[in-house]
Design a protein around this ligand. Structure first.
Ligand SMILES: Nc1ncnc2c1ncn2[C@@H]1O[C@H](COP(=O)(O)OP(=O)(O)OP(=O)(O)O)[C@@H](O)[C@H]1O
Ligand SMILES: [Mg+2]
Length: 206
């Protein structure tokens, strides 16, 4: 059904973390297939240790990402694609040409915010061939008390892409989930706040 690409123009913004946790959240009620389109293979690595912690597959990319994604979309409710850390990477460019939605995690740091300008351009270019492409910026690793975190929405308002109302906070449970091959939904009470913010983000996305 819907193909969701998690993209960005910088390393370490949280693409893989958000991909796997959004996939996990969606998988509570829907069927999910995930493609790891990043040659770093982090999502595949995570899946290899996750075992039965989650109930969806993560696939290595095949020759045609488009064909692969459309195939999974025919039998799954959502296809999530974790992309490399550049909007100029061939995988990202290819995915933006057929995805329904680009989710773009951004950290409240100046360098991340500068990099979003390239994303806006890439989204606009992709829309020439994929006019239905939606895009949503997601603030990730928010620390409520820092000045930059307070300013981040103001800065992002200069970019002509919508920003999700739900911001994802910096929380140890996101790091631990990667380490242990889990998602935040596997952590019970310890993951409750993260699970709640993810559910809220998912409601905005679908
Ligand atoms: N909300 C968060 N709170 C705490 N840690 C986070 C959060 N989001 C991501 N991280 C951590 O930040 C690091 C980078 O995250 P991640 O690997 O998901 O980013 P990425 O954009 O996929 O990176 P790359 O560009 O290398 O693929 C990881 O150690 C991850 O555990
Ligand atoms: Mg990654």
């Amino acid at each position: 059904m819907a193909i969701i690409a998690v993209v960005g123009n910088k390393g370490g913004t949280g693409k893989t973390t958000l991909s796997v946790n959004i996939a996990a959240g969606l998988s509570k009620q829907s069927s999910i297939a995930m493609i790891d389109a990043d040659p770093q293979g982090s999502a595949l690595q995570w899946r290899a240790i996750a075992g039965s912690n989650v109930n969806f597959p993560v696939y290595a990319p095949t020759f045609s990402l488009r064909e692969q994604a459309k195939n999974y979309a025919a039998t799954s409710d959502y296809v999530l694609i974790d992309c490399p850390p550049s909007v100029h990477a061939p995988q990202t460019l290819a995915v933006l040409e057929f995805a329904d939605l680009a989710l773009i995690p951004v950290q409240p740091s100046p360098i991340d915010l500068w990099a979003t300008v390239h994303i806006e351009k890439a989204i606009n270019e992709a829309r020439e061939v994929n006019p239905a492409l939606k895009a949503l910026l997601v603030i990730n690793q928010l620390e409520a008390r820092t000045t930059l975190s307070k300013l981040v929405r103001e800065v992002l308002s200069e970019i002509a892409l919508p920003v999700a109302d739900t911001a994802i906070r910096r929380r140890a449970v996101y790091r631990n989930s990667a380490l242990e091959g889990k998602c935040v939904f596997n952590f019970g009470k310890r993951g409750a706040e993260a699970a709640a913010e993810l559910d809220s983000l998912i409601r905005e996305v679908i």
